[in-house]
Design a binder for this molecule. Sequence first.
Ligand SMILES: Nc1ncnc2c1ncn2[C@@H]1O[C@H](COP(=O)(O)OP(=O)(O)O)[C@@H](O)[C@H]1O
Ligand SMILES: Nc1ccn([C@@H]2O[C@H](COP(=O)(O)O)[C@@H](O)[C@H]2O)c(=O)n1
Length: 207
Amino acid sequence: MSTPLVIAISGASGSGKSLFTENLLKEFSDDGKPVQILREDHYYRSQDHLPMSEREKNNYDHPKAFEHELLVEHLEALKNWKAIEYPHYCYKTHTRLEQTEHLISAPVIIIEGIMLLANEALQPLFDIKIFVDTPLDICLLRRMKRDIAERGRTLESVANQYESTVKPMYHQFISPSRFTADVIVTQGGKNRIALDVIKSHIQQSLL
Ligand SMILES: Nc1ncnc2c1ncn2[C@@H]1O[C@H](COP(=O)(O)OP(=O)(O)O)[C@@H](O)[C@H]1O
Ligand SMILES: Nc1ccn([C@@H]2O[C@H](COP(=O)(O)O)[C@@H](O)[C@H]2O)c(=O)n1
């Protein structure tokens, strides 16, 4: 049996990574090819030991906020057709959930997240590296809507976090990581041509 193909999808928060991933997944679900999806956000470090007031102050846009060691371990296992205990994360309480999910490997594994291309230890595990490149002002507007509707944030907290960590960390870590990508996707999660090109490359690799 061949080694699973691992596709990393990165870019700024609100750039359209999740939508692009969902749309790519649909392409393969329609064809009946098993695909497994992972999210880097699930690997945010547990903060059970800290009170909420401390958790709220954390810099979630620094590479150290993620337990990348565990993600490396999990990707290595999946590449060897072994199952993993996939962590789950809660943005409202800023910590991991107690329950994990037993996840089996698949011929295609897609992982999406902001810091994937900024971490050297992860690079050898990726077969295709994609960077979703969306202007930051559009990312901010999308993030505002989403964080208020889905992640229990206020307009003021989104604006403060954006100025203090999201924007500076984007320029320090995420934006430079685009140069390690194989493909840069403009127009966010709905770029039909990018989806077709990547789908066809994956199909060729699976032959
Ligand atoms: N090309 C697009 N056009 C319109 N809305 C989009 C587009 N791409 C993403 N969105 C919307 O923007 C929001 C953030 O996108 P999402 O994929 O969650 O970003 P990310 O995963 O990069 O943080 C979502 O509500 C999504 O539906
Ligand atoms: N407790 C947390 C954890 C993460 N964030 C923010 O999420 C962003 C990454 O997720 P996307 O789906 O937007 O890519 C990142 O920019 C963190 O600031 C948070 O606010 N709270």
